[in-house]
Design a binder for this molecule. Structure first.
Ligand code: PHE
Length: 453
């Protein structure tokens, strides 16, 4: 077996894995979902699921990767053989790669919107525009298939260009530059919003305890989001873990990555909602929160172009560092399993994803009349299928497998304090709590989907 490249340090790994976790999920999706699902009720459930479901699965994935030192498919196969389990576990690897490929397609469309808005922000396109005019910019932008496609293409190009340079010189270097930059920009934005009149209201909206608002749809949405935001269930973290030396203790890193991820989501909420409330806009705008409501605010704010540009730089960094984790596991698979060179694998995956993203992008204009099952656009189908169905199924498989094969000594370096107790807790959560929670929520959401048909 060819030796695989390694991250240069554990810290570098933390930046890279945090880069995978912190993404559109935190900056774009979390605020609009919190806005649509009643604020604090959603936040509370999301925090519970991060703790009980997503963090244990993240630890599981990283450890599986570290133990296997292989691409996702071979990794499952190797570990299954080693522990006398069925070879079919490798299907989990294929499932993960399929999920990543589909997510990459829809993700690059939204990230492409972000690139366009970065350009609008920097060129002061919103200055003194009325809310209707800002809405008009969005509608006109979406209606133009060439521009939308070009933006997705640019995003895929940036991602693949970084992956082309490999683990250390590409992914690690870019994430260790982008992630601290992202945190700095976010702090500046929160600081700026904290002086706005809507800060108190935003704080209450996100953090006041209102258990009566926790309904089935809130629970379903928050579990799906917890998995998505921590980048677990699709083998991305597993492949990142496979570039770690076999003897690394990762428990602490997992916690740091998760805390960073949650913090960025909450801070993004605290940067966005004060501006929304101060301007009397609705928090429950849905996906357009970022692309319509915020620009309306920037249009009338002093130095709006500056704040707008900063916001979309933040979105771009977050999206790019995450999409690397869609691309690398796929490229890794083509290199190791199919014997391709990195350069050719990058071209091939980039090309395939671009074709997939064409369908997603055109569903906002040329194919906007296509509604599958009378309801879903092509974009919705790809996004929902990958995040609400494939990702949870992958999460269940990964956690059950890891719960059986990972040992105490894989988790901790010997003699670490409380090691045994934490290991037992982790195993309980991965073997029972996480799969059961995901299953219950999935059955529930299928049930309600059938009922609303
Ligand atoms: N965590 C990323 C985000 O929040 C998305 C992602 C999901 C990345 C699954 C990798 C794997 O945007």
């Amino acid at each position: 077996m060819k030796t695989r490249e390694k991250w240069s340090s554990l810290l570098a790994f933390v930046w890279v894995a945090a880069g995978a976790a912190v993404g559109l999920g935190n900056i774009w999706k979390f605020p609009y979902m919190a806005g649509s699902f009643g604020g604090s009720a959603f936040v509370l459930m999301y925090l519970i699921f991060v703790l009980l479901v997503a963090i244990p699965i993240m630890a599981a994935e990283i450890m599986l990767g570290k133990l296997s030192q292989r691409n996702a498919v071979d990794g499952f196969r190797y570990l299954a053989e080693l522990h006398h389990k069925s070879k079919s576990w490798q299907l989990t690897g294929y499932l993960g790669l399929t999920t990543l490929g589909l997510m990459f397609c829809f993700y690059s469309v939204i990230a492409g919107f972000g690139i366009a808005y970065l350009y609008f922000g920097a060129t002061n396109a919103f200055l003194d525009k009325s809310p209707e005019e800002v809405q008009g910019i969005w509608v006109n932008f979406l209606a133009d298939p060439v521009v939308v496609l070009f933006c997705s293409f640019l995003f895929i190009f940036f991602t693949m260009a970084i992956v082309y340079f490999g683990i250390k010189k590409g992914i690690e270097k870019s994430c260790t530059l982008m992630m601290p930059g992202l945190l700095a920009v976010l702090l500046v934005l929160v600081f700026h919003s904290s002086s706005s009149g809507g800060f108190g209201q935003a704080f209450d909206f996100l953090f006041s305890f209102e258990p009566n608002k926790i309904q089935a749809d809130v629970v379903i949405a928050s579990l799906g989001h917890a998995l998505f935001t921590l980048a677990v269930g699709a083998c991305a973290m597993m492949v990142y873990g496979s570039y770690l030396p076999k003897r690394t203790s990762v428990a602490k890193s997992v916690l740091i990555i998760a805390v960073l991820d949650v913090l960025v989501a909450l801070l993004a909420g605290l940067a966005i909602f004060p501006l929304i409330f101060e301007n009397g806009l609705s928090p429950s705008q849905g996906p357009g929160l970022m692309f319509v409501s915020l620009p309306i605010v920037f249009a009338k704010m002093p130095f709006g172009w500056f704040w707008g540009t900063l916001f979309f730089i933040l979105l771009f960094f977050a999206a790019l560092s995450s999409s690397l984790s869609f691309a690398e596991p796929l490229v890794d698979h083509f290199i190791e399993k199919l014997g391709m060179g990195r350069h050719r694998a990058v071209l091939l995956i980039g090309g395939l994803v671009f074709v997939g993203s064409i369908f997603c992008a055109l569903s906002f204009n040329v194919f906007s009349h296509v509604k599958i099952a009378g309801r879903f656009s092509i974009f919705d189908l790809v996004a929902d299928l990958s995040t609400n169905l494939l990702l949870p199924i992958g999460g269940i498989a990964i956690s059950i497998f890891a719960g059986q094969v990972v040992k105490l000594e894989d988790f901790f370096t010997p003699h670490q304090k409380y090691g045994h107790a934490i290991f037992l807790l982790w195993r309980f959560l991965t073997l029972f709590v996480a799969p059961a929670a995901i299953l219950i929520v999935m059955i529930n959401s299928l049930w309600s989907a059938i009922h609303t048909m």
